[in-house]
Structure formats: C-alpha cells, structure tokens
Design a protein around this ligand. Structure first.
Ligand SMILES: [Fe+2]
Length: 287
C-alpha cells in the first residue's frame, strides 16, 4: 500500500495570527516528512519474510509505522481544524453551533469550560510536545479532551474531532516560546463548521457491542430454558419452573443463570432430573 498526500484543508493566507509560511512549512516538511517515512516503513515491511526476521526488527518497524501513520492522520486533522469561522455578534471568538455546541455543554458544562480545559492542556505542554485532541467516544456517546504524546496513545475507539499540534515546529516560527499566544491563536482559528460535520459523523457511529461473558449471556433458544418462573413466591419459599430442556444438578452454568435471573442470588437446589417441559415444584430457602 502507498499512502497519498492529502491536500492542505485550510487556506493559510486567511488565518488570523498564524503565518502562511508557518503553516506551509509545517505541511510540506513535517506532514510530508511523516508521510514519506510511512511509505518507506510500509515498503520495508512488505519486503520482509516474517518467518525469518528477528523480533527486534519487527518491533522497531511496527512501532515506527504507528508513529508515522498517526502523525499523518493527526496532521491532516490539524490542518482541517483551522479555517475562518464567522464570529457571532457580541463574541470575540468563533463558537460551535447545533449538536456540537450542545454536546460540549453536556460533556464539559459549557463551551467556555471546554475551551478553558483544552487551552490549559495545550499550555501545560509548553516546553514539551504532543497533541491535544477533542475526541468523541462512541462507547459512552460523549466527548473528551485527551493528550496524545509521541503521536500514539489515542483513546481506543475514540474519533478525534479537533487536533491541536503542540510540537515546537507548529508555533516556534511565529511565536517563539510563547505557547500561550499560539494556543489562543489556534482557538480563534478553529473551523467550527468543519468540526460540527466531523462530530455529526462521529455521533452516528454505533457503540461497540456489549462485552458479555458467555456464561452470563442470556441462553439461546436451543440451550434455553423458560426464563420466566411459572410461579415464584420467595416469601412462601416455593418455586415452580417449566423448563424446555433437561437440567441436572451438575449443570452449573444453567443453574447459575437460574439463580441470577429468577432467584436473584438465592441458592438453588435441584432434586433429580428436570425433564423437558416439565413443571417442577421445588423449594428454596433464603441464605
Ligand atoms: Fe506538527
């Protein structure tokens, strides 16, 4: 596979406080360099005989592949995060609208609180490096700000919506060591319209299917039993069940399901064989 250079998404000459030279150099040298490195690593991996290649060679190349690939993806998102967004009357910076505005208020308390956390995370990286990302988590259907140092530790299953590059190459030409001014300039140049579109797409992603231990899963039709007790009178100490299959005392998994679903944790004692579609009258006792 050969990765292709994506065109720069923003129009650098329209940005406010970020120079065209800074953005173009960032795009050509850093993003372009990551992509060229990624293709070289991919080519090398494709040439390997994995049955004969030492583990340390595979380790090194696969680690570098993740770093180069994530650097490529995050830089594409960074340039797509910048643009010219209209500033509403009475506001000094552009703000999101619609579902993204509601999601930020829901998950952070308010837009201002999200902005303060996002900016503080960027400022806290002064003298270091890494990414600050606004990420949507389908599993929890919520937004979260996260760090991604070394381009890599992104939240599993998360979908980045905004990316702030805090590597020195992203700001030093214009701002020197004044990272605070750079973070402010980034926030003033966020293309919220584009971010709203990415959030809209991310919010449509279904959460992963629930992780359920097999024994705890509800029984299927073949292995199943009638999960509804014909008569349950725990107070009276009487339990009657109709079971569609044979159940013996040693069927621990099925007994466990019965205990959880009907007995609510009470001990369950079985006497003899319970045969198909048999209505059984037994006794239970509270622990
Ligand atoms: Fe960068």
């Amino acid at each position: 596979m050969r990765y292709q250079l994506k065109p720069i998404f923003c129009r650098p000459w329209l940005l406010n406080g970020l120079s065209t030279r800074l953005i173009e150099s960032h795009y050509e040298n850093i993003y372009g360099g990551a992509l060229r490195r990624l293709n070289a690593i991919t080519e090398k991996l494709e040439s390997l005989d994995f049955t004969k290649t030492p583990g340390y060679v595979i380790n090194g190349l696969k680690r570098e592949e993740v770093i180069a690939l994530n650097s490529t993806l995050l830089h594409e998102l960074y340039f797509a995060s910048l643009g010219v967004a209209p500033v509403a009357k009475g506001r000094n910076i552009p703000r999101p609208a619609g579902a993204l505005a509601e999601a930020l208020a829901r998950d952070f308390g308010s837009f201002e609180r999200w902005r303060d956390e996002f900016a503080a995370m960027g400022n806290a990286l002064a003298g270091g490096s890494g990414w600050v990302l606004l990420v949507y988590l389908p599993r929890d259907r919520r937004l979260i700000n996260q760090y991604a140092s070394e381009h890599t530790p992104c939240i599993a299953g998360g979908i980045p919506v905004l990316a702030l590059d805090m590597y020195e190459h992203a700001y030093h030409f214009d701002f020197g060591t004044n990272t605070r001014a750079y973070v402010d300039a980034f926030i003033k140049n966020i293309d919220w319209k584009a971010a709203e579109g990415r959030h809209e797409d991310a919010a449509k992603v279904a959460p992963p299917r629930p992780l359920v231990q097999g024994e705890l899963a509800r029984p299927g039709p073949r292995a199943g039993m009638v999960r509804r007790a014909v008569e349950v009178r725990p107070g009276g100490g009487v339990l009657r069940l109709r079971l569609p299959c044979r159940l013996q005392d040693r069927d621990h998994a099925a007994r466990g399901r019965l205990r959880r679903e009907i007995h609510e944790g009470w001990p369950l004692g079985l006497e003899g064989d319970w045969r198909r579609n048999q209505t059984y009258r037994g006794t239970i006792a509270r622990e």
